[in-house]
Design a protein around this ligand. Structure first.
Ligand code: NAP
Length: 524
């Protein structure tokens, strides 16, 4: 199946996104029947931006190239948007808001539901695209498509439950109530590590609430964003309600300034690094805009001596090495009780040895490359720093023979809380193991970070679990469980990991303002 679909991408991407050489990336073209009867790749993926209902090139025909980190080659080129396209998209979104915000939640839900169905019908081809742009293994890309589509389905339903409330009035001649209302145009700025899910988690909520959106995807993954826009259009999303503005890394700051300062943009929702988040917050503050910030993490993964070590190792593998360690909720600091450290380290290194490092598009691959050479160099720097300060390599610790941005899954022992790999976000396949003896000590280490996104606790001592969960300064905790993200649950962090929540019913209210109404003169 995967080979057929890759051929399908090959056949249809080539003329559309201007591959430098057909044999360079996807090999010789073949004619393969499409699984998606209603959509071909020729209509899903193209070089144009989606601006206020139009599919168009950027001003002056400017484009940038998109790379495939697995094969280290150019995948294609795409419109390089800037301020003129952003201005047009915001104006279009503002105009579309006048009608979209007046539709019923049920009508909006129908469109979102159709968009969900179209994503699921095209699950395999979308997964191929995510893998081509991001390098993640195909099975992870498929999981992302389902997760991403799930937000559309969730918010299609949740929009109909955006209740206000009646207030017991403080005066007998008044009726008092509070109603939630869509806040207007929302600018959504998203990262490359979940190129589909980070868009639908925001756009699903915003559209269900009655807002219109302007999306700036990451430079590395614009095609997935554009494919989602094609499907949204096919699902019946009206013109102008959603724009997608691909732009190069060098255009991103000016795009950020325009979106954050534009008087018609009422909300900035950002997922990415804490450094960028702080800059966008500063810009958005001038217009006192609503913001959601889903930022970096430094998740502690705590294993007590009462834990089921086998379950903890399984959780560690899932939470540390998914997408080569490039997720914000990745475990980073492995805090292991001294009494189980040996057992944990030997089981973890055995499990790590089972990884099949390779290109994401190869079916046997269980771990792909890092997104680019900067990411690879960061992991190398962390390993070097740790070894210089007394840590030891249990396994990995070097580049992979595949070259490019491939790195061996790595476990380091004897890490201390002050090393760079314990204080800075690694965003790579490096498990840093720190030993502890007491609950007080482990809580102090876990909370010593300025980040507070996710944490994981493995223990079979119930009272201990409650004490630790209460003491952790984070937005999300997995107890004896590492797969915590789901559309139904509130996702988000505290401290420098962010502001606001996505998913769940909280996600919807991030795109609504409360209007209080005092209806007087009711006395006869
Ligand atoms: P990033 O560099 O901050 O980029 C994120 C997005 O912001 C990209 O679209 C990027 O565009 C754009 N951007 C960068 N500088 C900008 C500026 N000055 N103005 C406007 N836009 C700007 O982050 P990343 O390295 O792509 O993503 C990894 C980070 O995201 C990690 O820290 C990770 O923890 C975090 N993350 C958090 C969550 C969460 O839910 N909390 C989820 C996923 C990832 P370009 O691509 O063109 O640079």
């Amino acid at each position: 199946m995967s080979r057929l679909l890759l051929s399908q991408v090959r056949r249809l991407l080539v003329p559309q996104i201007g591959l430098l050489a057909q044999e360079s990336y996807l090999g010789p073209m073949t004619s393969v029947p499409s699984r998606c009867s209603s959509f071909s790749w020729a209509t899903l993926v193209g070089p144009e931006a989606h601006v206020a209902g139009c599919w168009c090139e950027a001003k002056g025909g400017d484009r940038f190239e998109v790379l495939d980190p697995g094969w280290g080659r150019t995948l294609g080129s795409v419109a390089n948007c800037g301020s003129p396209e952003a201005e047009a998209a915001v104006l279009g979104a503002h105009e579309a808001f006048q009608t979209w915000s007046k539709t019923t939640a049920k009508e909006r839900g129908r469109v979102l539901q159709r968009w969900y169905s179209l994503m699921m019908e095209n699950e395999d081809v979308l997964a191929e695209l995510i893998t081509a742009e991001s390098g993640k293994p195909l099975f992870e890309s498929r999981a992302e498509v389902a997760y991403a589509a799930g937000f559309l389905q969730w918010f299609a339903e949740e929009g109909r439950r955006a209740y206000g409330h009646v207030i017991p009035a403080s005066r007998s001649d008044c009726l008092m109530f509070a109603v939630p209302q869509p806040l207007g145009v929302a600018a959504l700025i998203t990262p490359w590590n979940f190129p589909a899910a980070m868009i639908t988690r925001k756009a699903g909520a915003a559209l269900a609430a009655g807002c219109t959106v302007v999306i700036k995807p990451a430079e590395d993954t614009p095609f997935t964003a554009l494919a989602l826009a094609r499907l949204a259009e096919a699902a019946g999303l009206p013109s102008g309600v959603m724009s997608v503005l691909p732009c190069s890394r060098s255009n991103a700051p000016s795009m950020g300034v325009l979106l954050c300062r534009h008087p018609l943009v009422r909300k900035i929702s950002f997922t990415g690094s804490t450094a960028t988040g702080k800059e966008l917050l500063r810009l958005a503050a001038q217009g006192v805009k609503r913001v959601s910030m889903e930022l970096g993490g430094l998740a502690p993964f705590i294993v007590f001596d009462s834990a089921d070590v086998g379950a903890a190792v399984k959780g560690a593998i899932a939470s540390k090495f998914r997408f080569s360690g490039q997720t914000c909720v990745c475990s980073q600091r492995f805090l292991i009780h001294r009494r189980v450290q040996e057992d944990f380290l030997s089981s973890l290194s055995k499990a790590v040895a089972d990884f099949r490092v390779g290109r994401g598009s190869e079916p046997e691959t269980t771990m792909g490359p890092l997104i680019n050479s900067h990411a690879l160099e960061k992991v190398e720097r962390h390993v070097k720093d740790a070894l210089e300060h007394g840590a030891n390599v249990v396994c990995g610790g070097k580049r992979h023979s595949l070259g490019g941005s491939f790195y061996h899954p790595t476990v380091l022992a004897d890490v201390t809380p002050t090393m760079a790999c314990a204080t800075e976000e690694i965003f790579g396949p490096l498990a840093a193991v720190i030993t502890f003896d007491t609950e007080e000590e482990v809580l102090a280490i876990a909370n010593s970070s300025p980040f507070g996104l996710a944490a994981y606790v493995y223990s079979r001592d119930l009272a201990q679990v409650v004490r630790i969960v209460q003491g952790l300064d984070v937005g999300m905790v997995g107890v004896n469980e590492a797969a915590i993200s789901t559309v139904e649950a509130p996702f988000g962090g505290v401290k420098e990991s962010g502001l606001g929540r996505e998913g769940s019913f909280h996600g919807l209210h991030e795109y609504m303002n409360i209007k209080y109404v005092c209806y007087g003169g009711l006395q006869n």
